[in-house]
Design a protein around this ligand. Structure first.
Ligand code: KIV
Ligand code: ZN
Length: 520
């Protein structure tokens, strides 16, 4: 049975990490990556998972279909412009779902209708109505969004929303597409729509806020206070431009301030941190340390006064418990003497599952190799191992075989790189401004990809100088942007791994989707 419900004190969580989140430059995901994230969202008991935009590309169609095939407890949603071909494609991709939703949209703001659609408001309304009716032929769960509602005229919004509810829309989503709204004003808009639209009680009102002014969460919460009972959000606030409202912030604000909000979600909040790490690992978008709920410092107390208060009574400076959002208390340490059973049971506790014994064995071998280099293996190390193993198993045409780097004060760093490219070992040498620069140049000599490096960042996974370094790179080629990651106790090797990971993604881009559709 689906988690979805329309009870008035229930706030429905609609996660769009796999659709709007994927629209972040460099965040494109493969089908298998999307399935892994969808499973984590299902485990967290997210009500609706927007899995993609099926008409956008064959890869996105296959991803939505794959998610629809494996997810049983959440509703799976596909996005469609208000066009017959989009709706049919979404309907087809969602066929295997136990519970499906089609989300169709058309722009309603004066600027979008005039400049982008070049359509009259009455024609937009007619097209919205016919699209909702068409979507109802595939599922009785249909969501309609008046795109750029945050800059649309309220009288027109009332007219189009009343008409689409009559046509069969069961959820009305009000997007602040460009992140222009201010909380009190957006809250009032939602309240007025619900009050003024005669059939508003026949649909759930939802909001979808972008973060261009840093107000996506504030606007969403203001909407909830004014009657919205679905919020669209993403893990880590990933999304187009400055991102979407962050799921973890919405869910924990509602849960923590039950005295203010007359509703709650049914999410298992202990899955928030593992899910955040999974999304960050797959997309290569690191979470800033001071990010609310999921940042590494979110529950760290540095000042003496705070530490003293916390020791006397946790509530003096903490409004949430770290364990309630999935930060593990029991950071059980594994080491080179840990056996397969201890390893497996810790992974189970971290909700990491494997599809086969062979996959488990591969990660166990990596664990042993890491334990030889690093004394204590923490949960974060295990998560990085699993992410790395999954990254490597997908469409790898370039593999790191060996790397030798020479650095000496006053000398130019030099790297000798051996790669396996399409099954053939090749070696090259290069010098650079630093050891990482030399490595990347050697890789380029061997692969000739001609990519532009747009971002390079290193993060220590745990504390201590024996920590693994986690490197993220973003590269661009012919307008395509991908992120790559790599982790190792040696940050130069981690850097080489991340660059190779990005190149593998660029060269096997067929399965990736980044919607670049013309508008309707
Ligand atoms: O931001 C937006 O308007 C959207 C719609 C498709 C809901 O993502
Ligand atoms: Zn959006």
């Amino acid at each position: 049975m689906s988690n979805e419900s329309t009870v008035n004190d229930k706030l429905i969580i609609f996660d769009t990490t796999l659709r709007d989140g994927e629209q972040s430059p460099g965040a494109s995901m493969t089908r298998d990556e999307k399935v892994r994230i969808a499973k984590a969202l299902e485990k967290m008991r997210v009500d609706i998972i927007e899995a993609g935009f099926p008409i956008a590309s064959p890869g996105d169609f296959e991803s939505v279909k794959a998610v629809a095939s494996v997810i049983k407890d959440s509703t799976v949603c596909g996005l469609a412009r208000a066009l017959e071909k989009d709706i049919q494609r979404a309907g087809e991709a969602l066929k295997p779902a136990v519970s499906s939703r089609i989300h169709t949209f058309i722009a309603t703001s004066p600027i979008h209708m005039k400049m982008k659609l070049r359509m009259q408001p009455d024609d937009v309304l007619a097209q919205a109505v016919s699209s909702v009716k068409m979507a109802r032929q595939f599922t009785d769960n249909v969501e309609f969004s008046p795109e750029d509602a945050g800059r649309s005229e309220i009288d027109y919004l009332c007219r189009i929303i009343e008409a689409v509810i009559d046509a069969g829309a069961t959820t009305i989503n009000i997007p602040d597409t460009v992140g222009y709204n201010i909380p009190h004003q957006f809250g009032e808009l939602i309240g007025s729509l619900i009050e003024r639209i005669p059939n508003s009680d026949k649909a759930v009102f939802s909001v979808h806020c972008h973060n261009d002014l840093g107000l996506a969460v504030g606007n969403s919460l203001a909407a909830v206070l004014n009657g919205a009972r679905q919020v669209e959000c993403t893990i880590n606030g990933l999304g187009e431009r400055a991102g979407n409202a962050s799921l973890e912030e919405i869910v924990m604000a509602i849960r923590t301030r039950q005295d203010v909000f007359g509703c709650d979600t049914t999410l298992d909040t202990t899955q928030i941190v593992p899910c955040s790490k999974l999304v960050s690992g797959i997309t290569g978008f690191p979470v800033q340390p001071n990010k609310a709920i999921v940042g590494a410092n979110a529950f760290a107390h540095e000042s003496g006064i705070h530490q003293d208060g916390i020791l006397k009574s946790r509530e003096t400076y903490e409004i949430m418990r770290a364990q309630d959002v999935g930060w593990s208390d029991n950071r059980m340490v594994l080491g080179k003497h840990s056996g397969r059973n201890a390893f497996k049971s810790r992974l189970n506790e971290l909700n990491i599952e494997f599809s086969s014994e062979q996959e488990l064995n591969e990660v166990f071998t990596r664990f042993k190799a890491l334990a030889d280099k690093k004394h204590d293996i923490f949960d974060e190390d295990l998560q990085a191992l699993v992410t790395e193993s999954a990254l490597e198993s997908e469409n790898e045409s370039i593999r790191l075989v060996a790397l030798r780097v020479c650095c000496e004060t006053g000398e130019t760093p030099n790297a000798t790189m051996t790669l396996n490219i399409n099954g053939e070992e090749q070696q090259a040498e290069a010098s650079g401004d630093g050891p990482v620069d030399a490595c990347f140049k050697a890789i380029e000599k061997l692969t000739n990809t001609g990519v532009n490096l747009q971002l390079y960042s290193v993060n220590a996974i745990t504390t201590g100088t024996d920590s693994q370094g986690e490197v993220t790179v973003r590269v661009e080629k012919d307008g395509q942007i991908v992120n790559g990651q790599g982790a190792d106790t040696d940050i130069v090797i981690a850097s080489a791994k991340s660059y190779i990971n990005a190149l593998n993604k660029i060269t096997s881009s067929a399965g990736r989707t980044h919607p670049q559709l013309g508008s309707l």
